[in-house]
Design a protein around this ligand. Structure first.
Ligand code: FAD
Length: 404
């Protein structure tokens, strides 16, 4: 599967940071993790910290999948508004999901602080109404979130214009948000894992796996055998290939980054900006003062077709973004696209699927806030392996498909 088109920024900026050895011998471990993107790396870290013996493998270079294409806005806000989640699953579960995402940002911050140069920065998050007729929907959403203790302000049209330079009917300003370099984060986490005794192998594909008594046995493309008590499929959007049941739809998402900009970026200096239209436009700054923006998602699932769209989509994104921020020169320096999968309700899946039994745990952090989900997923799966309960293990499991 070709996960990316064009020139994703993080790999250009950081280069090929760490080459890990290909697996060349049989291995026994507590947890085998398939996929060394941000999801696999966070899960590996959580498992290793819990004293488990971890082996993580990737068929590509580390962080070379969707993680290298990610724009890495870290948001507690789910693509599905809290009021819509409430309609689907009830208020308690909607609140549970939103609160867990808010808490996850703080956990990612603590983790980032313990690593070097991952460009982590706390940010506010501004969600503005794309159309005047979204006004009441946003006002209701703000009210509901405040009722449940989430710190969010509803901004008037005047405040948005005078304080943020944005022309929109209303907006929700949240204190909780962040940004980071996801490529660096993965490399730093896996270096740390190796120092702690974990095994990291790139250019090592898992070709097959099957349950055995008390565990799973997997085979690599190089003919090595890995015996593990648990196998975690953190294979990103390629996870779906291992499930007969369709649980998500593949789409493409487009992004670009500008050159470095001298001086202030206005609201973008300390705020992530996104909107209520679907697909939505979203913008953030980078550590070296560029503007990174994305959106224009479509349902293209064929890499060559997506390749041909990158330039045109970047032009559309630029036109929309410059309308919002006419004072900034938002010409693209590097543009790219990536496969992106969405679930019907915007929630991820973490846990076992009946097709593969209880020892194969899927980690499908699907959604616009996939990285926030990966942090939560690392805790859910660690709890599963430890035989402990987790408040979200049911809502974020495949069992939810039977509830709708
Ligand atoms: C353009 C774009 C913008 C995005 N913006 C944001 C954002 O702003 N905020 C946010 O939170 N999320 C965002 N996302 C989503 C986020 O990037 C993803 O949730 C995240 O990168 C997924 O990470 P992952 O580790 O699950 O997948 P990946 O990074 O794809 O890692 C999976 C790995 O599994 C490996 N693999 C697959 N099969 C095998 C096998 N059989 N054997 C060995 N290895 C295997 C692959 O090589 C790959 O490296 C964005 C995504 C895209 C495409």
């Amino acid at each position: 599967m070709d996960l990316k088109s064009g020139t994703p920024f993080w790999a250009i900026r950081n280069g090929l940071m760490t080459a890990f050895p290909k697996l060349q011998n049989n291995v026994e471990c507590d947890v085998l993790i398939v996929g060394a993107g941000i999801t696999g790396a966070l899960i590996a870290h959580a498992m290793s910290n819990a004293g488990l013996n971890v082996c993580i493998v990737d068929k590509r270079d580390v962080a070379w999948g969707s993680t290298s294409a990610s724009t890495a806005l870290l948001q507690y806000e789910i693509d599905t508004e809290m009021q819509d989640l409430r309609s689907l699953y009830g208020e308690a579960d909607a609140v549970l999901a939103y609160r867990a995402c808010a808490t996850a940002i703080g956990k990612l911050q603590r983790l980032a602080t313990s690593l070097r140069s991952v460009d982590f920065q706390r940010m506010k998050s501004l969600y503005y109404a794309s159309h005047w007729y979204h006004r009441q929907q946003l006002i209701d959403e703000g009210e509901l979130r405040r009722q449940h203790g989430l710190k969010v302000k509803t901004l008037s049209r005047d405040t948005l214009k005078t304080s943020y330079g944005i022309d929109a009917a209303t907006g929700l300003l949240s204190e909780v948000g962040a940004e980071m370099d996801p490529y660096q984060m993965v490399h730093q986490l896996l270096r740390k894992l190796r120092r702690a005794g974990g095994q990291v192998h790139d250019h090592t594909a898992i070709e097959s796996f099957k349950p055995k008594r008390g565990g799973v046995v997997a085979t690599t493309d190089g003919g090595c055998r890995i015996d593990a008590k648990y196998l975690v499929m953190a294979a990103g959007y390629e996870n779906e290939r291992h499930l007969d049941q369709k649980v998500a739809s593949n789409r493409s998402s487009y992004a670009y980054v500008t050159d470095t900009i001298t001086g202030s970026l206005g609201v973008l200096d300390d705020t992530l900006v996104w909107e209520s239209a679907r697909p939505y436009l979203y913008l953030r700054r980078t550590g070296d003062n560029r503007v990174l923006l994305g959106g224009e998602d479509d349902d293209i699932d064929v890499a060559v077709k997506r390749d041909a769209q990158v330039g045109r989509k970047a032009s559309t994104l630029q036109r929309k973004a410059e309308k919002l921020f006419p004072q900034l020169d938002l010409s693209p320096a590097f543009a790219w696209a990536g496969t992106f999968a969405e679930t019907d309700d915007g929630l991820p899946f973490f846990g076992a699927h009946e097709q593969h039994g209880p020892r194969v745990l899927f980690a499908m952090a699907y959604g616009g806030n996939g990285i926030t989900y990966s942090q939560i997923g690392s805790e859910i799966l660690r709890s599963t392996v430890q035989g402990k309960a987790h408040a979200l293990s049911k809502l974020f499991s495949f069992a939810r498909l039977d509830r709708k």
